[in-house]
Design a binder for this molecule. Structure first.
Ligand code: ZN
Length: 335
């Protein structure tokens, strides 16, 4: 693992040295310094179109190194981050995928991953507009490639700028997630991204129409995002999947019927029906690999309680004696 990490760093370094890609650094600081006034929402000081997350997907990791400096538990913090992110997902096509804990430096702007975590009790607190946190992103070719969100663990400025409860933390992080999505401070007062002066953290925990507009503009709801559904009986309806067969790529639909579990507790499905879509979309969030494994990055799970967004990997098992195609659930989780 170490060697692999070093290798990718090495490759990145080589690319940077050869200037093969355009690298831009954005931060609160640059945005605050900007004199350009617009009437409402703004994106980071980038050319048109602004940089966005590829495939409407943000993968992020959490660094809990400085957790004990904050008043919050690791579990609560991660849940609050997910809640904040969900509020942006609810109003746009953006999807967030939590990839787990990392020990990469929180503020490493060259590791190619988006890291969130608490910092020391005084870092950045008086240097930037957002007193409770600092968010930065980098991009090339209009794709956001990297970022970090640093949450201040203490309040060195003595201005009560760090959240004191989970709702306040949620408001702060919802604002910071806006920055992570390349949204800058808005000139519309009715926006959680308004910063002149800032709204309360409680206000920032609920998106306003200005925020919803920019989010859905940058990350339009791609019908493909929501086209895979896991029903409450565990049947899976895939309306759009990219099928990589041996010699071509096409877009298909498929219905997998849940057939039960075996004595080891493994879940199994059989192919009930499938067909070719007329759409040629090949960036679906569901992929059927040449070996027939199915990778679902984002599905709506209609459980008996609240619908949630999950990911799942179905491993192609066999063609059984009836000629049915059978898959086994290999892994899954909550997005
Ligand atoms: Zn801000």
């Amino acid at each position: 693992m170490k060697i692999k990490k070093m290798l990718s760093c090495l490759i990145l370094t080589v690319i940077f040295q050869n200037s093969l890609i355009i690298k831009t650094y954005a931060s609160e600081y640059q945005v605050i310094k900007s004199d350009i006034k617009q009437l409402k929402f703004k994106t980071f000081n980038a050319p048109n179109p602004p940089p966005t997350h590829k495939n409407n997907t943000v993968e992020w990791l959490y660094n809990s190194l400085n957790q004990n400096l904050s008043p919050f538990s690791e579990e609560d913090t991660i849940n609050v981050i997910k809640k904040s992110m969900q509020s942006w997902s609810d109003v746009s096509g953006i999807n967030f995928i939590y990839k787990g804990i990392t020990d990469n430096n929180i503020n490493d702007s060259t590791d190619g991953i988006i890291t969130i975590g608490f910092w020391s009790s005084n870092a950045y607190i008086s240097q930037h507009g957002d007193n409770g946190a600092f968010t930065a992103i980098e991009w090339n070719n209009f794709n956001i490639t990297e970022g970090h969100m640093i949450l201040n663990a203490g309040d060195a400025s003595d201005s009560n700028s760090t959240p004191s409860n989970l709702l306040e933390l949620q408001g702060l992080i919802t604002h910071e997630v806006g920055h992570l999505l390349a949204i800058a401070h808005s000139d519309n007062q009715e926006s959680i991204m308004f910063a002149d002066p800032y709204h309360s953290y409680e206000y920032q925990s609920i998106l306003r129409s200005d925020d919803i507009q920019i989010a859905s503009q940058l990350y339009p709801v791609n019908s493909n995002d929501l086209l895979t559904t896991v029903k409450s009986n565990l049947d899976i309806v895939i309306q759009s999947a990219t099928f990589h067969s041996a010699n071509k790529t096409s877009n298909i639909w498929a219905i997998l019927e849940f057939i039960g579990t075996d004595s080891n507790g493994n879940f199994f499905w059989k192919l009930k029906n499938y067909g070719q879509n007329s759409s040629n979309t090949t960036d679906s969030l569901t992929t059927v690999r040449p070996n027939l494994d199915i990778v679902i990055l984002s599905a709506t799970f209609q459980s008996s309680e609240n619908p949630s967004n999950i990911w799942a990997i179905l491993e192609f098992d066999k063609i059984d004696s009836n000629g049915d195609y059978i898959w086994q659930l290999k892994d899954y989780g909550q997005n």
